[in-house]
Design a protein around this ligand. Structure first.
Ligand SMILES: *[C@@H]1O[C@H](CO)[C@@H](O)[C@H](O)[C@H]1NC(C)=O
Ligand SMILES: *[C@@H]1O[C@H](CO)[C@@H](O)[C@H](O)[C@H]1NC(C)=O
Ligand SMILES: *[C@@H]1O[C@H](CO)[C@@H](O)[C@H](O)[C@H]1NC(C)=O
Ligand SMILES: *[C@@H]1O[C@H](CO)[C@@H](O)[C@H](O)[C@H]1NC(C)=O
Ligand SMILES: *[C@@H]1O[C@H](CO)[C@@H](O)[C@H](O)[C@H]1NC(C)=O
Length: 354
């Protein structure tokens, strides 16, 4: 090929990417201003300063919090130390965070926790499943929680050729879980291209020791996943499409779509209010500020509540919103009887009474 042809082709490709990038920025409303919504009784949680990726609260009020994620393309200000899982007892008057001890025999140095999910077995044993990215790969780690010792005993590492780019999991049996994959590609540049071109090649997997299968697909970037109180529906956040998918769970673990709830903001992690069944969504109101970090003009935070999820018209309200002056890059919000915890990708965490 002549040089001119190559240059023309290159120009066309760049123009296409440029056009898609503009469309991407518009789609994500990348520089949206945040109207503040304050809660009266909030304070920042001491000891959580550099991210608190995911939060899962047990029925007895013990909250597990995973430390901030180190992920290509995401800012991170934490010292270069291995990831941790923190515990917070929400029954206490002034709950404090405590890092859980992890048993020996597990490679703690490469621990890089992402989504977490708890499962309580019939014998009341509490298991904590953690999406891990050691050396930027994806595994799911199964731990047993020892409440007295405040420690996690590592039981096994789950790997599978389909378990790539795992973001979040929801565990529904001793060895059964759904997992979201946030990218199709694993190469950083192909991932960027995938996002910009909006390929919608990401999916939800079902995992069990006997069977691993794709159960839902077509997401721009499947992110947070959780289950309804009655365990009949699965909720999946599509962060780039800015919506929440409500899926029907079948006996063979297949999922079929019931509805999609548009939120108009980048939805990260989902939790369910144990008292009402409402969905709480940790959202990113201005995504570009999150990716291209500027401390003078930081990313904001937004927590939405979705009531009457299955009705004709679910009600969406803003529980908390801040322009980044208090809290930056909220990724998850979790409630426990009048108490609210808001976690972030790489910033602080907020504890509120409401
Ligand atoms: C972007 O967000 C602003 C609110 O700050 C809203 O008024 C506007 O409609 C949004 N634009 C799009 C394309 O969603
Ligand atoms: C957060 O990161 C900063 C800068 O690396 C460090 O000084 C600080 O100790 C960290 N805080 C916690 C609670 O890890
Ligand atoms: C955690 O483990 C360390 C060393 O293994 C031990 O010194 C410490 O007491 C343990 N902490 C708790 C809370 O059990
Ligand atoms: C929680 O938020 C992080 C931060 O962006 C996101 O990458 C991750 O997918 C979410 N994890 C869970 C458990 O949903
Ligand atoms: C954010 O809001 C606070 C007060 O709510 C205000 O003082 C500050 O200037 C705002 N910051 C930006 C970057 O808009």
């Amino acid at each position: 090929m002549g040089k001119l042809v190559v240059l023309t082709l290159l120009g066309a490709v760049l123009a296409l990417i440029g056009e898609r990038l503009v469309a991407f920025r518009q789609r994500t409303n990348a520089s949206r201003a945040v109207e503040p919504v304050d809660l009266p009784n909030c304070h920042l949680i001491e000891g959580l300063e550099n991210g608190s990726e995911d939060i899962d609260i047990l029925p007895n009020g013990l909250a597990f919090i995973s430390s901030g994620l180190k992920y290509p393309g995401m800012p991170n200000f934490a010292p270069d130390e291995p990831g941790q899982i923190f515990l917070m007892d929400l029954n206490e008057q002034n709950p404090r965070v405590q890092a859980l001890n992890i048993s020996d025999g597990f490679d703690k140095a490469s621990f890089n926790p992402h989504g977490i999910s708890t499962f309580i077995d019939k014998d009341h044993t509490v298991y904590l499943y953690v999406v891990n990215h050691p050396h930027m790969k994806s595994t799911v780690e199964k731990f047993k929680f020892e409440e007295q010792q405040r420690s996690l005993v590592h039981l096994k590492t789950i790997k599978h050729e389909l378990l790539t780019s795992v973001n979040d999991i929801v565990v529904l049996g001793p060895e059964q879980f759904y997992a979201t994959r946030d990218h199709y590609f694993t190469n950083f540049f192909l991932v960027l291209l995938e996002m910009i071109m909006d390929l919608r090649w990401t999916d939800v997997l079902f995992y069990s020791p006997r069977e691993v299968k794709v159960v839902a697909k077509g997401f721009s970037s499947a992110n947070g996943i959780t289950v309804s109180l009655d365990k009949k529906y699965i909720y999946v956040a599509d962060v780039l499409a800015q919506n929440v998918h409500v899926l029907n769970k079948h006996r063979n673990w297949d999922l079929t779509q019931v509805k999609v709830i548009q939120l108009g903001t980048l939805v990260d992690n989902l939790t369910v209010d144990p008292d009402t069944g409402d969905i709480l969504a940790g959202c990113h109101p201005n995504a570009m500020k999150l990716l291209i970090y500027n401390s003078e003009d930081p990313p904001g935070s937004e927590v939405l509540r979705i009531q009457d999820v299955l009705s004709e018209k679910p009600k969406i309200s803003t529980t908390y919103a801040n322009n980044g002056s208090v809290l930056q890059g909220s990724s998850v919000a979790s409630v426990y009887h009048g108490k609210l915890l808001i976690g972030t990708v790489f910033h602080k965490a907020l504890y509120c009474l409401f």
